[in-house]
Ligand binder design. Structure first.
Ligand code: HEM
Length: 308
């Protein structure tokens, strides 16, 4: 069956260790010509690959449900759909801000990232508008701005490929579903909590990220750790980084999965819209300002679309 034969994930998804990140989301004008989009993406890829190897920039592309069929006609997973807003019972919400094209740029050089971001603006500008852009960076020893280590239980790259890439035999094989959300922290409110209370919110110790025992059921870790019907943990691969400055700061959440439903389950448990109805106490101190689902097709599909 076409679209199920597998492929190679876009390199940048699993390229770890880069410190500087940029996240772009574009809305395309109605009726944009797919050929013109392919030419624009080729230009962005060329800028990312330019220069000496040390100057190479990782760039990953994702497409919204409305556009994916034009990029990868035979590889659109049946279950793929736009992000839907979530309304928690307690009034907390996760808004939907779905766009068409997601571009994730990361490297060791903010300057080189800028070159690629600029190339994206120039190449995609005539086809639509920049809906959102955020620059993020690794903070201290990979901590979230709350001071907690983010990534402790993230799968290593080998395992990540198993949890984050659609397997051969399924439509979209070699690609990944992507969740992109900008979370805005209330750092003052969180920082005002005693350390013990902060640790109860996250579910891990602050200094060295040891899981709290017993784990409070409303802690972040308790809400996002779930098991499937075989008792196996339902895992995703996270690549979030902090962003911000004096006026606003938070986490640019980014994660990859072989199944969109994994994201939806975790978010539903965070916002208390499923099961026991409890909410994640982290949502009392951070709120998502954006939310979108994309699909990052495999490299072979990208090459076919963009041309040699
Ligand atoms: C304000 C936003 C968020 C912050 C600050 C945050 C922070 C953290 C921290 C500090 C940990 C513990 C260390 C680790 O294992 O990485 C963690 C774990 C985790 N988070 Fe989040 N997170 C946020 C949003 C989300 C969202 C939206 C999801 C899913 C849709 C998610 C999924 C996970 C998962 C799966 C784990 C691993 C749990 C485990 O296996 O122990 N997080 N997060």
């Amino acid at each position: 069956m076409p679209g199920t034969e597998g492929g190679t994930s876009q390199d940048g998804i699993f390229h770890e260790g880069t410190a500087f990140h940029s996240f772009l989301e574009f809305d395309l004008d109605a009726g944009v010509d797919a050929g013109a989009l392919g030419v624009a993406i080729a230009r962005i890829r060329a800028e990312a690959a330019a220069g000496a190897p040390a100057e190479t920039v990782q760039v990953v592309f994702g497409f919204g449900a409305a556009l994916l069929g034009r990029v990868a006609a035979t590889s659109v997973p049946a279950a793929f759909h736009d992000f839907a807003a979530i309304a928690g019972a307690d009034g907390r919400t996760a808004p939907a801000t779905q766009s068409d094209v997601f571009v994730w740029v990361h490297s060791w050089s903010p300057g080189r990232n800028f070159d690629v971001v600029r190339a994206a603006g120039v190449a995609l500008g005539p086809l639509g508008t920049v809906a959102r852009e955020t620059a993020g960076w690794v903070y201290r020893d990979s901590r979230d701005l709350t001071g907690f280590i983010d990534g402790t239980e993230n799968p290593d790259v080998a395992e990540a490929r198993e949890v984050a890439v659609v397997g051969a035999g399924r439509v979209g094989a070699g690609g990944s579903f992507v969740l992109v959300q900008r979370w805005v922290h209330d750092l003052e409110a969180f920082g005002a909590l005693p350390i013990d209370a902060q640790e109860s919110v996250i579910g891990r110790t602050k200094s060295d990220s040891i899981e709290r025992d017993p784990l409070p059921p409303t802690s972040h870790v308790a809400r996002v750790v779930n098991e499937d019907e075989h008792g196996a943990e339902i895992e995703i691969y996270r690549r979030s980084v902090p962003y911000g400055g004096a006026a606003e700061a938070g986490l640019q959440f980014l994660a990859f999965s072989d199944d969109l439903a994994k994201f939806e389950l975790m978010l539903a448990r965070m916002f208390g819209t499923t099961g026991d109805g409890l909410h994640d106490r982290l949502t009392e101190f951070s709120r998502p300002a954006t939310g979108a689902f994309y699909f990052a097709p495999p490299t072979e599909t990208m090459d076919r679309f963009v041309g040699p």
